[in-house]
Design a protein around this ligand. Structure first.
Ligand code: NAD
Ligand code: UDP
Length: 315
């Protein structure tokens, strides 16, 4: 199949493109390189079935494809808050453009949604039926509400135009190819530990997240895309919950760093607890994450260690 991956040079998108190529598909990797990097796709840039398209999803584009994974959107709070209006445009106009393409060429389209649609959840763990607790006017709203509108657009194009849709609500995902200045917690802690800088825990570190390794997530996205008869959102994430402080301790142990932990202020609207209920994914697409946090962190630490050493050599 010819498969379009928007945000294809980003962290998750690059792993997805690589996996699709391995399965014999043609991958169209579209990215405006706002956050992604050609370095992420170097390992397969010369693959005969890869096409890189530098393009912004906010602008329309005409392509002929069989499937679309719409991942284009900055995902780290630091980056989606850098230009919040652009974040909203990417989620609204970008999703409309991709849905328009899906409608025109009759392609199946999967939208990368997020656990952020649940906001600071009052229901725990979060299942797909929960409507969420999102601040519509806060600093995170450009992303949270942007993704909620993207879900609305997906459902309306499905109801109105019979577009074949899939919606993945992705929970915190980590792994190699996150950018070192990404600002998200896993990459921050690992880079800080390797540089022997203090690990910056925001608040008292009692807030929780559930971390999914990227290979598990990509397998989940592909399974969701391949399944028949699901239109509603499906949670994809690892249901094992950790406090941020315990994550910092684990990164310290695994890297053997001498870094201390430093407590910094908690950002506005930072969700207190987050854990996916993945019963629907288990039942409907037979998906379960397999990689344990310490193993996935080990892989990610090796990646950043190599990256930082290579950069130190170059400078
Ligand atoms: P990422 O920032 O590494 O990748 C996003 C990619 O989209 C980048 O390469 C960026 O350059 C590109 N992009 C941004 N705006 C664009 C635009 N207007 N036009 C074209 N390209 C654009 O992030 P990621 O972690 O790989 O996330 C991928 C998707 O998954 C995002 O939609 C994100 O919201 C979603 N998601 C990720 C997580 C996670 O924990 N990683 C959790 C929930 C949802
Ligand atoms: N966090 C932290 N230190 C950091 C970066 C993040 O303590 O250097 C915290 C952040 O406040 C949040 C959690 O880690 O409670 C996850 O943050 P991230 O930005 O990775 O993702 P999100 O908040 O979108 O889940």
């Amino acid at each position: 199949m010819r498969i379009l991956v928007t945000g294809g040079a980003g962290f998750i998108g690059s792993h997805l493109c690589e996996s699709l190529l391995k399965q014999g598909h043609e991958a169209l990797c579209l990215d405006n390189l706002f956050r992604g990097s050609k370095r992420n796709i170097y390992p397969f840039l010369n693959h005969p079935c890869l096409e890189f398209i530098r393009h912004d999803v906010v602008q329309p584009i005409l392509l002929e494809v069989d499937q679309i994974y719409n991942l284009a959107c900055p995902a780290s709070p630091v980056h989606y808050q850098y230009n919040p209006v652009k974040t909203v445009k990417t989620n609204v106009m970008g999703t409309i453009n991709m849905l328009g393409m899906a409608k025109r060429v009759k392609a199946r389209i999967l939208q990368a949604s997020t656990s952020e649609v649940y906001g600071d959840p009052q229901v725990h763990p979060q299942s797909e039926e929960y409507w969420g607790n999102v601040n519509p006017i806060g600093l995170r709203s450009c992303y949270d509400e942007g993704k909620r509108v993207a879900e609305t657009l997906m459902m309306d194009y499905h109801r109105q135009n019979k577009v074949d849709i899939r919606i993945a609500r992705i929970f915190n995902t980590y792994g190699p190819r996150m950018s070192k200045d990404d600002g998200r917690v896993v990459s921050n802690f690992i880079v800080q530990a390797l540089r022997r800088e203090p690990l910056t825990v925001y608040g008292d570190g009692s807030q929780t997240r559930s971390f999914c390794y990227v290979s598990d997530l990509v397998r989940g996205l592909e399974k969701l895309m391949a399944c028949e008869g699901i239109t509603g959102p499906i949670n994809l994430g690892n249901p094992t919950e950790f406090s941020i402080l315990s994550l910092a301790e684990l990164v310290k142990d695994l890297t053997g760093t001498r870094s201390q932990i430093r407590f910094d202020p908690l950002p506005q609207d930072d969700p207190t607890r987050r854990r996916p209920d993945i019963s629907a994914a288990r039942k409907l697409i037979s998906w379960d994450p397999e990689v344990e946090l310490k193993d996935g962190l080990g892989q990610t630490i090796d990646y950043f260690d190599e990256l930082l050493r290579a950069e130190a050599k170059d400078s």
